[in-house]
Design a protein around this ligand. Structure first.
Ligand SMILES: Cc1cc2nc3c(=O)[nH]c(=O)nc-3n(C[C@H](O)[C@H](O)[C@H](O)COP(=O)(O)O)c2cc1C
Length: 347
């Protein structure tokens, strides 16, 4: 942990997050180069300088994309954004489980709303040194979640390189009920229609929950394949408590993230990879906190990786340290490109 990270951890979690985001917004962070030729990869028709991206939820209102790219991330997923501004759930809604290097959050998608988010994307320089995605969602209490998501898609399609449809946030009442074959079909149909006339067609990804029931999964994957979704993000946080947690905060309500989520996340990744015969590109998210875990996800079939909680615990050097470690491991194994490792588990 760096000194700045240790100091942030003296503050309550929501305040620490606000302080970190402000530093990133004003680019008061070091510039790291996390580039190695062997880590370059192309996926969804987009070029990534390495496989490491920032997960949704850290920069919900697209305030700090430039600062986050400075840390070495090849891509940043801003959001989740909702059509109308909303405050999210009352505090306390974010808890550190330091002994487990984990977080539990019950934020409930606070958002400054679609218009503010879109204007910030419009003001980004055209030569951003990374890929920018937007995670799109629905307002709490929305009567038509598909309509909300399509509204975000229509406004943001020309401004982003990919859209991630969030049907897996456990903290928005009613949202997970849309994580059914019928629900996802309706959402994707309206999302694709919303993007159809856009000057730019972004890749459309869907982010799933690790708590999805296995018996539903195969049908959902069928719907996603038929709808020609470009890829999946596996996974969001879990409401389960999958491993024995040491922290006294482990019984707080909300979604658990960090290393205790890793087992569930890689299990879902392996299952989806098997069920789809590797036909859908996958971004793995959930408990990636070390070079070993990052490479394990790639071997299990992930083309790209996303990080949130380990950034909170390990600080701004994390992306560079991980990229350097991954490059060293590839070289030691005689591999010239990270894409050679995708899905190579057990071979
Ligand atoms: C405080 C917090 C807020 C989050 N907000 C969102 C969100 O708005 N939308 C979303 O799709 N995922 C959200 N997530 C989930 C993360 O994007 C990520 O999928 C999850 O935390 C697992 O990755 P990690 O173990 O590296 O943190 C949030 C996670 C945390 C910890």
């Amino acid at each position: 942990m760096t000194l700045s990270t240790a100091l942030l951890h003296k503050l309550p979690p929501n305040l620490a997050h606000r302080a970190a985001l402000s530093a990133l917004k004003y680019k008061l962070v070091p510039q790291f180069r996390a580039e190695h030729d062997c880590l370059k990869t192309n996926i969804f028709g987009l070029s990534f300088s390495n496989p490491l991206g920032l997960s949704a939820g850290f920069d919900k209102d697209a305030q700090a994309i430039g600062g986050l790219l400075k840390l070495g991330f090849a891509f940043v997923e801003a959001g989740t954004v909702t059509p109308e501004p909303q405050p999210g759930n009352p505090r306390p809604n974010l808890f550190r489980l330091a002994e487990d290097q984990a977080l539990i959050n019950w934020l409930g998608i606070p958002s400054q709303g679609l218009e503010v988010f879109a204007r910030r994307l419009e003001s980004l320089p055209s030569n951003m040194p990374g890929v920018v995605g937007a995670n799109i969602g629905a307002n709490t209490g929305s009567e038509n979640i598909a309509h909300d998501i399509a509204k975000c898609a229509r406004r943001l399609a020309p401004l982003t390189q990919y859209l991630a449809v969030n049907v897996s946030c456990p903290n928005t009442p009613g949202l997970l009920e849309w994580q059914t074959p019928e629900g996802i079909q309706r959402i994707l149909t309206s999302t694709k229609e919303a993007c159809a006339n856009s000057s730019r067609m972004p890749a459309v990804l869907v982010k799933l929950s690790p708590d999805i029931r296995a018996e539903k999964l195969e049908t959902i994957l069928g719907v996603l394949t038929e709808a020609e979704v470009d890829g999946l993000i596996l996974s969001n946080t879990t409401t389960s408590r999958p491993t024995k947690l040491r922290s006294s905060r482990s019984n707080e309500i909300g979604g658990l993230s960090g290393p205790p989520l890793a087992g569930l996340s890689i299990k879902l990744l392996r299952l989806v990879r098997k069920m789809t015969n590797g036909s859908l590109p996958i971004i793995s998210s959930g408990g990636i906190a070390s070079v070993e875990e990052a490479l394990a996800r790639i071997r299990a079939g992930a083309s790209l990786l996303q990080i949130y909680t380990s950034l909170v615990y390990q600080g701004p050097n994390l992306v560079k340290d991980m990229a350097d470690g991954m490059a060293r491991c590839l070289a030691a194994n005689g591999l010239s490109s990270v894409s050679e490792l995708v899905g190579r588990e057990g071979t």
